[in-house]
Design a protein around this ligand. Structure first.
Ligand SMILES: [Zn+2]
Ligand SMILES: [Zn+2]
Length: 269
């Protein structure tokens, strides 16, 4: 299998390393293609990237250095609250924030403490209400942004391995997640299997959950791999686990960034 990753951060947002260093490590690890997906600017808080033009110019400059050896694509991770001022080769669509009933916009994935606050103060401990809010926002994000890839679809499960905060097997929860997935599939065909929480030691398994991946396949959707990399040494962290869950869901192929002119290419699993 040819190695590739489409979900990569750098010092232009909250990543640890420069574009050039990330590219160098990717090349040394044998990746045939690499996509940068800096957090785009957002209408709330200052977390999103500033200086899109500089970011894009740097990605294009480094892409030239690797021309003919490893293809580098310019992407963006665009949140529900995100926007962009320049064109990109591809866009990841994501949801990182929820409006709580307490009138506060809470982060879903910043830390375990912030997630606890979201659930306790934002939704009075009602996990189903939180999940409904989250998946509704996923659908809205997909309809508005029309991303090329839906990334970390069930991010509310980041800190929930073993059912710490809520029961992912609850049929009511499953119904919310699966119905929203169907609505998302209307516009976007590519779903990311994300291993970012494995790299951070938060989970042993990638997300989305197996049930959701199975439904995605039934809907005719495709899957891709993203390590949500913020640290060059973890560029392909969790790849084996991701491939395993894709196969378990019945997928026969994976889509990845191409090494030529084609943005996405299919490869047998
Ligand atoms: Zn994200
Ligand atoms: Zn990311």
């Amino acid at each position: 299998m040819h190695l590739s990753n489409l979900h990569t951060h750098s010092v232009f947002c909250d990543g640890k390393e420069t574009i050039e260093h990330m590219a160098q490590r990717a090349y040394e690890m044998g990746l045939v293609s690499l996509g940068f997906s800096g957090h785009g600017p957002q209408t709330i808080n200052l977390f999103g990237m500033r200086g899109e033009t500089k970011y894009a110019a740097e990605v294009r400059r480094v892409a030239k250095l690797y021309e003919g050896r490893m293809k580098i694509w310019l992407g963006i991770e665009q949140d529900y609250f995100g926007y962009r001022t320049i064109p990109y080769d591809y866009r990841l669509g994501t949801v990182h924030y929820l409006d709580g009933r307490d009138g506060v916009v809470h982060s879903v994935d910043h830390s375990e403490e912030s997630f606890e606050r979201l659930l306790r103060e934002g939704f009075s401990g009602d996990a189903l209400a939180m999940a409904k809010n989250y998946y509704t926002r996923e659908v809205e994000m997909c309809k508005r942004i029309r991303p090329d890839v839906i990334a970390h679809y069930d991010l509310i499960c980041k800190f929930n391995e073993g059912g710490r905060f809520f029961d992912e097997d609850d049929p009511a929860y499953q119904a919310l997640a699966l119905e929203a997935l169907e609505a998302c599939c209307d516009g976007t065909r590519l779903l990311e299997v994300n291993t970012g929480a494995i790299a951070r030691g938060r989970r042993t398994r990638p997300y989305p959950a197996l049930r959701q991946l199975k439904r995605w396949r039934e809907l005719g959707g495709r899957v891709t791999f993203g390590s949500d990399c913020h640290d060059a040494e973890k560029l392909i962290c969790g790849l084996d686990a991701a491939l395993e869950v894709m196969r378990a869901a019945g997928f026969r192929s994976i889509w990845r960034l191409g090494e030529g002119d084609e943005l996405f290419v299919e490869e047998a699993l």
